[in-house]
Design a protein around this ligand. Structure first.
Ligand code: HPA
Length: 308
């Protein structure tokens, strides 16, 4: 018997699929009521990418707090709004603000990591076949400088694996099969989209790279030892506190994934990461960075629209 104080967490764990379905039904009703086109891309506007929301046309916004069961964000600088609209004519859902694992890691029954990917499950439930992920990250690769972009080529997941635990009854987008354990993760980041994004980046960025993102739980930044291990041992190019759990879910649900990191701070050759939250926010708030990131994403969708 689960004691009273644990009961609510247990129910969340037990009813996760239904909670996702309720949130998706709410959004689907808004889509229908407003005659919106079926979204084809979900895009997480991570830290600093909020500006991109201004590029979305025909918008309908829904605060996360209005959507049943949708996790709200608690980190300053990370808003919680879902935006229905179009980017360069492509119907999308923008997710302005994400739930980080470090905010909810204390919740029992694996609920923390499940909450951090709730939005991605909802997007899959809506039948959205593509996921665009963005984040802020520290540059481990010594060729990277602040404000650079790194297109995600691969990742190293050091968050708890979100597929741990019993199999769930979610089905994959586009085919109704179910996979849970032993999900292959090769090719997690779609090759064609990576190339499209790199091309878009080359139009507008002084420095755009292709690299491997490593996730940590945070909420601490890394020690010298960790930075050296991640760079020289693991071969990671950038480190951050999000994304990989979302990408595991997206891949598990058969979504095509593309994404980039905005490098907000660099890590020295000796492994010194001297950043702090204020510095990270400052880079992301810079008008130049916001403007450039917006242009790149719009260009990506403009090119994508030509292929559709
Ligand atoms: N480490 C982890 N997360 C981050 C960093 C970093 O250096 N910069 C931005 N997010």
């Amino acid at each position: 018997m689960i004691d009273n104080s644990l009961q609510q967490y247990f129910e969340y764990f037990q009813n996760y699929e239904q909670l996702v379905a309720q949130a998706a039904a709410y959004i689907q009703a808004v889509i229908k009521k407003n005659n919106c086109e079926q979204p084809v891309f979900a895009i997480t506007l991570g830290s600093g990418l909020g500006e991109l929301a201004h590029q979305i046309s025909d918008t309908i916004t829904i605060p996360y707090s209005e959507i049943p069961n949708f996790p709200t964000t608690t980190v300053p600088g990370h808003e919680g709004t879902l935006i229905l609209g179009k980017l360069a004519g492509v119907p999308i859902i923008g997710l302005k603000g994400r739930k980080h694992f470090y905010e909810v890691a204390h919740e029992p029954f694996n609920n923390g990591i499940l909450k951090s990917v709730f939005a991605v499950h909802v997007m899959a439930e809506l039948g959205i076949a593509n996921y665009f992920v963005t984040n802020a990250a520290g540059g481990l690769n010594t060729n990277y400088t602040v404000g650079d972009l790194m297109v995600l080529k691969s990742h190293i997941n050091l968050l708890p694996n979100v597929l741990l635990g019993p199999s769930r009854s979610f089905s994959r987008v586009g085919d109704n099969s179910q996979v849970w354990q032993f999900q292959p993760m090769n090719g997690a980041y779609n090759k064609q989209y990576q190339e499209l994004l790199l091309k878009a980046g080359e139009e507008f960025a002084a420095n755009i790279h292709s690299g491997t993102y490593l996730s940590v739980t945070g909420p601490t930044y890394e020690t010298e030892g960790e930075c050296l291990a991640f760079r020289d041992g693991f071969g990671a190019d950038a480190v951050g506190m999000s994304t990989t759990a979302e990408v595991i879910v997206a891949k598990n649900r058969n979504m095509k994934v593309v994404g980039f990191s905005c490098i907000t701070n660099t890590i020295t050759k000796e492994g010194v990461n001297a950043t702090n939250h204020e510095e990270v926010q400052e880079i992301l708030n810079s008008a130049e960075v916001k403007n450039r990131l917006s242009k790149i994403v719009v260009h990506f969708f403009t090119e994508l629209a030509k292929l559709r």
